[in-house]
Design a protein around this ligand. Structure first.
Ligand SMILES: *[C@@H]1O[C@H](CO)[C@@H](O)[C@H](O)[C@H]1NC(C)=O
Ligand SMILES: *[C@@H]1O[C@H](CO)[C@@H](O)[C@H](O)[C@H]1NC(C)=O
Ligand SMILES: *[C@@H]1O[C@H](CO)[C@@H](O)[C@H](O)[C@H]1NC(C)=O
Ligand SMILES: *[C@@H]1O[C@H](CO)[C@@H](O)[C@H](O)[C@H]1NC(C)=O
Length: 236
């Protein structure tokens, strides 16, 4: 015999799912803010943006993590060199299209930059984990104002490109955390040198520890063991 509860439970679950998806947002505009405790979720539910404390640290950082992995796994940190020491942090988007993270005093602890002035900017956490500032309604990544993928932390995600930044002209690279409690830049960096035949260089304490050898069209010739790996992270 099925009890009434057996029949009702799936309906409750269904309602909960509806409520859950309708409250999650992936975009903020200039009238909205993200306070410590608030998060936004990519539309596919894979990535979440909000405030976190790494390891045993009490400091607060703004970052992006995997929403579906129960062990907190951070893939990007905004204020990695400028921690907040309490939960007063607020992220806002200015009318100029700049993301601004401020502390209790209203002092800016981190901000993004922009390639050009914005008219109606929005910041969206994409399904790829990329936090993008763009004109509202313009989904073309090439015309975005700013992307977290162009400022990687210690994790290379699919669709992220190391190498020459199209706006700043600077080389982007990933750098290890100092420790599991401290996401500030540690001693190990991976740099993709995009000139001539592209090459990956691993630098530790400013010393080149490993060179991939030039790209031979299939893989980096100096790294015979390397397999295509969509996600790679520098571990401490
Ligand atoms: C910002 O987003 C909210 C919620 O989607 C919307 O009601 C509001 O009109 C938007 N404001 C601007 C300036 O686009
Ligand atoms: C936290 O940081 C603010 C400035 O950002 C500073 O004024 C305050 O003294 C700090 N508090 C503690 C407990 O370190
Ligand atoms: C922040 O505010 C606190 C208390 O209001 C003050 O003691 C501190 O000096 C301020 N810090 C900064 C960086 O303005
Ligand atoms: C990182 O480099 C600093 C300065 O060069 C050094 O003091 C520290 O021991 C290094 N840490 C590691 C884990 O290699």
């Amino acid at each position: 015999m099925r009890t009434t509860m057996d029949r009702i439970a799936p309906i409750f679950l269904f309602l909960l799912l509806i409520i859950d998806t309708s409250t999650a947002i992936d975009t903020i505009n200039t009238t909205q803010s993200i306070r410590d405790g608030d998060t936004i979720l990519s539309a596919n539910g894979a990535y979440e943006l909000g405030f976190f404390s790494p390891g045993n640290s009490a400091n607060r950082y703004l970052g992006v993590w995997y929403a579906k992995i129960s062990v907190m796994t951070v893939v990007w940190v905004a204020n990695r060199e400028t921690p907040l020491n309490d939960s007063s942090g607020v992220l806002r988007l200015t009318n100029q299209g700049i993301l601004v993270l401020s502390n209790r005093n209203g002092s800016i602890v981190w901000s993004s930059d922009s390639s050009r002035p914005a008219t109606n900017p929005a910041a969206q956490l994409l399904d790829s984990g990329n936090l993008v500032v763009k004109e509202e309604g313009d989904d073309n990544l090439e015309s975005s104002l700013w992307q977290s993928f162009e400022h990687p932390a210690d994790t290379l995600l699919p669709e992220m490109k190391l190498g020459r930044n199209r706006i700043t002209g600077m080389d982007s690279y990933i750098t290890s955390w100092k420790s599991p409690d401290d996401p500030s830049r540690g001693n190990v960096s991976v740099i993709l040198v995009p000139y001539g035949y592209p090459e990956i260089i691993v630098v530790e304490n400013s010393i080149v520890k490993h060179r991939s050898g030039p790209w031979n069209g299939l893989r980096f010739s100096g790294m015979p063991q390397s397999k295509p790996n969509p996600k790679s992270q520098i571990l401490n």
